[in-house]
Design a binder for this molecule. Structure first.
Ligand code: IDP
Ligand code: MG
Length: 145
């Protein structure tokens, strides 16, 4: 069984979308290995999003990510990394296909370019392992093939 790391971002928690998002995962047949509500530090996000820290949108994105608690978790399932990414939809909710979480629950970026897109999912096996270690520790990451 493959494993991946996911988040329900602050907009998703604040707007009461946790139940809807988790229900979609359950109906898809994913198994929850870990589930936790957390209020991360900026340093944790800097590590998580290390590839983006130099982007011009990063400060605004941190205001968004630090605006409230997030739900983090590990799910397992057959080809779960790709399946979960498909269920999330494209990064920009404006471009996300109907039926995906980002299309069904989020809006296009505003005129300041701020984008709130409800969910995160690791984009590869290497990312899944790295992100699981970052948020849930070495032991949890060792279970990732
Ligand atoms: P992903 O979340 O679909 O994997 P990434 O390119 O890895 O997309 O970007 C991570 C996150 O950074 C996005 O989900 C979004 O919150 C934020 N982000 C990416 N590009 C932009 C942008 O152009 N403007 C504002 N926020 C962005
Ligand atoms: Mg990404």
């Amino acid at each position: 069984m493959e494993k991946t790391f996911f988040m329900i971002k602050p907009d998703g928690v604040k707007r009461g979308l946790v139940g809807d998002v988790l229900a979609r995962m359950e109906k898809r047949g994913f198994t929850f290995d870990q589930l936790q509500l957390v209020t991360p530090t900026k340093e944790q996000f800097d590590q998580h999003y290390y590839q983006l820290v130099d982007k011009p949108f990063y400060p605004g994105m941190m205001d968004y990510m630090m605006s409230g608690p997030i739900l983090i978790g590990i799910i397992s399932g057959y080809e779960v990394i790709e399946s979960w990414r498909t269920m999330m939809g494209k990064t920009n909710p404006k471009e996300a296909a109907p039926g995906t979480i980002r299309s069904d629950f989020a809006q296009a970026p505003n005129d300041k370019g701020e984008m709130m897109n409800v969910v995160h999912g690791s984009d590869s096996r290497d990312s899944a392992k790295r992100e699981i270690e970052l948020w849930f520790g070495k032991e949890a990451a060792e279970e990732v093939k």
